[in-house]
Design a protein around this ligand. Structure first.
Ligand code: FAD
Ligand code: SF4
Ligand code: SF4
Ligand code: SF4
Length: 374
């Protein structure tokens, strides 16, 4: 019997899922059990689209199709809860099991606070997350730093601090620290992210702390809720095999998490210092934001931007059809979103004008300008 707080190594019993999974396929096997046992009506996962830089959301009701979504796509930068709300389950009346990075989990909670989603309808299978790389940035990095044609790459992974690619039967790995010093690597919001093990999910799954003969062949599962315990208990012996996590592995996982949190602190300091302080910071943000074409991608994609009537569309604040955009457009967003911004990076990832929106909003949250200017 599994209970909240347990630390477990888990892997798929099915040989095909074991092979296709990133670290033994436990996540896919858990999702399979959730569907087969009708604990949920459907599963939302992420699968490969046209190539490995193209991660697409998948809504799956047939357990046999789950294997197509096995494996980790480190260039997958989707934010799942907003996609569910908008496209998959707008009425939120289905039971869904969903795979979630830390930013997905935070978005679930923020959206639930705003009554956009009902958490009772979800089983959240959290994935530890060291960070993701934007698809276009990944292609550029592989061409320039790895000197490999990005279209030849058949697999990418992040392991022991390296970004590793497989191509033409060969391997090449470069240290992420080195890549990031030269401006490549993870998205800037991911570098600043402090949600490495998503314990707000029902289960937190990852490869950190899996040692010994299970290294690379099992997933470390931290059981974070009774709902998570119920799923893992029910799946054990059916789709999933388990053993208690190695105590040394638990210790190592804790050390890696702490090191990642320190790295997040380093990047916060680094990125925020570059923005200047006080009025100079505000002026810089307004100047950079003046490139905006008011396409609304940042608003549409933001999990905490959900007003029925958006103030940026009111002509008394922002005159329609006028460019450059009135700074009020961005000031309204700062004022409305900064206190609940989860630093998911969507507003930056999808901005066609490459405005560092997430950096600006995240800096407001951590170091509010208003406080400094008063
Ligand atoms: P599988 O059975 O292979 O299932 C993996 C599930 O992940 C599938 O359902 C798939 O749809 C989903 N998925 C794949 N890509 C994404 C994506 N981009 N966003 C959301 N869901 C996705 N673990 C660590 O311990 N440390 C890390 O630093 C770490 N970084 C990660 C970074 C990313 C971007 C991702 C996606 C995962 C990361 N993981 C990390 C988790 C780890 O890679 C495995 O996903 C986990 O151990 C489960 O392995 P598995 O074999 O049980 O999963
Ligand atoms: Fe992972 Fe955090 Fe980046 Fe989300 S914001 S992809 S949880 S590192
Ligand atoms: Fe994510 Fe940007 Fe919204 Fe913050 S403002 S929650 S980074 S989309
Ligand atoms: Fe402006 Fe970029 Fe937002 Fe579009 S996504 S409205 S260009 S800031």
């Amino acid at each position: 019997m599994v209970a909240k707080g347990d630390m477990i190594y888990a892997w798929a019993k099915d040989a095909d899922i074991l092979k296709a999974g990133e670290c033994g396929g436990a996540v896919t096997a858990l999702l399979k059990h959730a569907l087969e046992s009708k604990m949920v009506d459907a599963v939302v996962t992420v699968k490969r689209g046209t190539d490995l830089y193209d991660a697409v959301p998948a809504y799956i009701t047939d357990p046999a199709e789950l294997i197509q979504a096995a494996g980790s796509l480190h260039c997958g930068t989707l934010l799942i809860p907003k996609i569910i709300k908008k496209y998959i389950n707008p009425t939120c009346d289905q039971k869904l099991a969903v795979v979630c990075k830390g930013c997905d989990v935070m978005a679930f909670y923020e959206m639930a606070n705003q009554n956009q989603l009902n958490l009772d309808n979800f089983i959240l299978i959290g994935l530890n997350c060291g960070g993701s790389v934007s698809p276009i940035a990944a292609r550029k990095m592989i061409a320039e730093k790895f000197e490999v044609d990005p279209d030849l790459v058949t697999k990418e992974e992040i392991d022991k601090g390296q970004f590793i690619i497989e191509y033409d039967g060969k391997h090449k790995g470069v240290k992420i620290d080195d890549l990031e010093e030269e401006g490549y690597g993870r998205r800037s919001n991911c570098r600043r992210c402090q949600m490495k093990i998503p314990r707000q999910a029902d289960l937190a799954c990852g490869n950190w702390g899996v040692i010994g003969d299970k290294a690379g062949k099992a997933t470390f599962v931290e059981v974070c809720s009774d709902k998570g315990a119920a799923l893992l208990s029910a799946a054990t012996g059916k789709t999933v095999a388990v053993e208690a996590a190695n105590p040394k592995g638990i210790e190592i996982r804790g050390k890696v998490e702490n090191a990642m949190l320190k790295l997040g602190d380093h990047w916060r300091k680094h990125d925020f210092e570059k923005l200047g302080t006080g009025k100079a910071r505000l002026d810089y943000m307004i100047k950079e934001s003046s490139r905006c074409t008011k396409c609304y991608a940042c608003i549409e994609s933001c999990p905490v931007c959900n007003c029925a009537e958006c103030s940026t569309k009111k002509s008394c604040y922002v005159e329609p059809g006028v460019l450059p955009v009135n700074p009020m457009f961005h000031l309204i967003r700062f004022a409305h979103v900064f206190d609940s911004c989860i630093n998911c990076g969507q507003c930056e990832e999808l901005c066609p004008m490459e405005i560092p929106n997430a950096l600006f909003m995240h800096s407001q949250q951590v170091e509010p300008l208003l406080k400094e200017l008063l």
